[in-house]
Design a protein around this ligand. Sequence first.
Ligand code: DON
Length: 304
Amino acid sequence: MNYSDVFREIASELDEIEDRGQLAAYIPELSHVDPSQFGACLITTKNEQFFLGDYKTTFSIQSIFKVLALALARGLRENHLWDRVGVEPSGSPFNSLVQLEYEQGIPRNPLINAGALVVCDVLLTHLKNPRQEFIEFVRDLAGDQDIDYCSRVADSERRTGHKNAAMVNLIKAYGNITNDVDRVLDFYCDLCSIEMSCNQLAQAFLFQAANGINPLNGREVVSVGRSKRINAIMQLCGFYDEAGEFAFKVGLPGKSGVGGGIIAVHPGKYSIAVWSPRLNAKGNSFKGMKFLELFTTRTASSIF
Ligand code: DON
């Protein structure tokens, strides 16, 4: 299918819709982004590529990193991750503290902030040089050595991320964080700050559409079983308290970030990244969600 025509059609329809979203100003550095930008990129498992708008402009991937951190952690031996984090949807906002106390420091899933902090703790324990190894993992997935952290965004979040600090301390109090809390927070802020374009994201996530194999180099990123499970977690937990809505309207495993990016995959077919910085009330890209809803309907390519 030639997705370029569908991209253009949807883009002109979205131009008519008022973008009612807001920038993620709670991380001050993210409020400096030009909110009118919009990009999309789809890459098929046969490496056909389709683009739209600002698809080469990099932005802060924020929570999208959580899926890549999970993929890297799952490849590490003996880390007992599933004893420390659940796989159930939370139905709560990404930064909620409420369930954590009820559930005694075991986060509901690895894609809410609490769960990602535990995954960061696992990576810190098991990797020799976590910061360097993580970025190399992402660069290899995307086939692009230019991908990097953004210290301005990471520092901005370090100064204002009081809820995450509360969260990591609470989890530590329940004995589910092994490293120093400041080290975990620091690493988490770095991973959130990674900057990528829609093009790089679609490429980096293609392994999740290809049974865990990176089609760029034929290497296994995760086993078939792990790839299946990571897609299931994205489907159920990738949009927090809007996960049902995303399944209902879009129908693909996916993950959002407060930088306005969304990645979604159709197992066996394609990965697609969209970016529009203004967020809806649940912290997910307002136009990005609409774009994907129209896209999977027009192309009859929801998994449902
Ligand atoms: O921890 C935070 O609040 C941000 N660095 C990441 C949150 C995020 O991207 C939620 N996703 N939509």
